[in-house]
Design a protein around this ligand. Structure first.
Ligand SMILES: Nc1ncnc2c1ncn2[C@@H]1O[C@H](COP(=O)(O)OP(=O)(O)OP(=O)(O)O)[C@@H](O)[C@H]1O
Ligand SMILES: [Mg+2]
Length: 429
């Protein structure tokens, strides 16, 4: 069959299919909308929603047709989109457009019959009559199309688009209707899932590395104590001291990891109980007083005289200010003073209470600022380790801040110190 004949046949086929889609709309409409909604809500198991959507379209295509639509539709007839029994019932094509996953219908020769809107948005124009293999040249897609043409079935594949930006899809093909050579290709976007997988892998690698370092050091000291330093009392004392600090570090790291995972796991309902921020901040400053004195730092505290109540979780808010003030002491210590201030802006349009912890240390270079709230991110790993940091403090802060619908802003310039401000909403929105 010539290419032109192929195209004409495909167009006719498409027109017939459109008519069927239009007629079958009321039958499948409700189901498809439900499936689309589930897919949007992200609750369907992977592939269930798009495959379900494709199955509904497929079922609709082969639903017994009212006699009017059985008449042959001449080539080139355009879908008016007004068929079906109820005058304003959506057409199936419209419903397919509401499915977020790209769906491409091809015939037994690998020629596009119809696509939904998500497919046109993701892959550009895919007009009926186009040979699909011309648009998708990747070997895995070619293999899938070949398998569908020759065997009428193909296993799901992974397919990646690199331009205009990287996207990863799981593509499944299913036959539409029995005895027909028509296939629905459903593209399930896996990019976000891949990104999360990568983050998880990085996280585990980082956590293991952080635990392995002190563990290796402890094991080295044990060996020395059993061997060369067996009878050396002074060395033993000093090594045991180091070993104790290393185990404390591991315990701290595990506490932080647990704290992070608890924050992530717990479904969170924003607290509505008012807590007094002034009391919380003063309590944390007092608790860290000794640490500040040891580092020869003075606190300059400027808080409103009375209580300032905002909805929040007391323990979590304590964790925020503990981390921020500790950081100011550890990393901004050379400035000699740390300012702790609070501004009550609940009466203004911002409706917030802003708590700022400002130090006068070396500050943070601009390129690091967006990243320091990432897990394990440290500007200077050695300084952070020396101060027993795990690099998880600000990640925890960011988490708690987000759960409270609050914001964290960081202002800093190299050599000018750093200011971390927590903007707490004054009331629950
Ligand atoms: N006030 C500050 N001045 C300069 N650098 C800072 C300041 N606060 C944080 N940083 C940088 O941000 C990094 C991340 O801080 P974060 O609190 O997340 O981790 P950490 O303090 O190293 O460890 P942890 O808080 O778990 O003990 C720090 O290692 C440090 O490099
Ligand atoms: Mg910290």
């Amino acid at each position: 069959m010539s290419m032109d004949q192929d195209r004409i046949d495909a167009r006719r086929h498409a027109a017939r299919l459109r008519a069927r889609l239009v007629n079958a709309a009321p039958v499948a409409g409700t189901a498809l909308v439900a499936i689309a909604a589930t897919a949007f809500a992200g609750e369907a198991a992977p592939l269930v929603a798009p495959l379900g959507g494709a199955a509904v379209i497929a079922a609709a295509l082969f639903w017994p047709q009212p006699s009017r639509s059985r008449t042959e539709i001449p080539a080139g007839v355009i879908d008016t989109g007004t068929g079906g029994s109820a005058p304003d019932a959506p057409t199936l094509a419209e419903l397919a457009d509401a499915v977020p996953e790209p769906i491409v219908l091809i015939d037994g020769a690998g020629i596009v019959v119809q696509v939904n809107r998500a497919a046109s948005e993701a892959f550009g124009a895919l007009p009926p009559g186009l040979m699909l293999r011309i648009r998708f040249r990747a070997p895995e897609m070619q293999g899938m199309i070949d398998a569908l043409i020759s065997r009428g079935e193909a296993p799901a594949i992974d397919y990646a688009e690199r331009v205009p930006f990287e996207r990863a899809y799981r593509v499944s093909a299913m036959r539409v209707g029995a005895g027909r050579r028509l296939f629905a290709l459903v593209f399930r976007d896996q990019s976000e899932a891949r990104r999360i997988d990568r983050m998880r892998a990085d996280f585990i690698a980082n956590a293991s590395h952080e635990l392995r370092t002190p563990l290796a050091s402890i094991s080295g000291f044990i060996e020395t104590l059993r061997g060369p330093a067996k009878n050396d009392a002074t060395a033993r004392e000093s090594f045991l001291g180091i070993m104790q600090r290393q185990t404390e570090r591991m315990a701290r790291l595990i506490d932080d990891l647990l704290s992070l995972s608890r924050l992530e796991m717990r479904t969170y309902v924003r607290p509505t109980t008012p807590v007094d921020l002034v009391a919380i901040v003063s309590q944390v400053a007092e608790a860290l007083g000794q640490m500040a004195r040891d580092a020869e730092i003075v606190f300059e505290i400027s808080l409103p005289p009375g209580p300032v109540e905002v909805p929040g979780n007391r323990d979590e808010l304590i964790q925020i200010f503990q981390n921020l003030i500790e950081n100011a002491i550890k990393y901004g210590g050379e400035g000699g003073r740390v300012e702790i201030s609070m501004e009550d802006r609940r009466a203004s349009s911002e409706n917030e209470v802003a708590v700022t912890i400002r130090d006068h240390g070396p500050g943070i270079a601009e390129e690091h600022i967006p990243r320091i709230t990432e897990r394990f991110y440290r500007v200077d790993v050695e300084t952070s380790r020396a101060t027993k940091g795990t690099g998880l403090g600000l990640a925890i802060v960011k988490h708690i801040v987000t759960r409270h619908d609050a914001r964290l802003t960081i202002k800093s310039e190299l050599g000018q110190g750093a200011a971390f401000t927590v903007h707490m909403p004054g009331t629950v929105h």
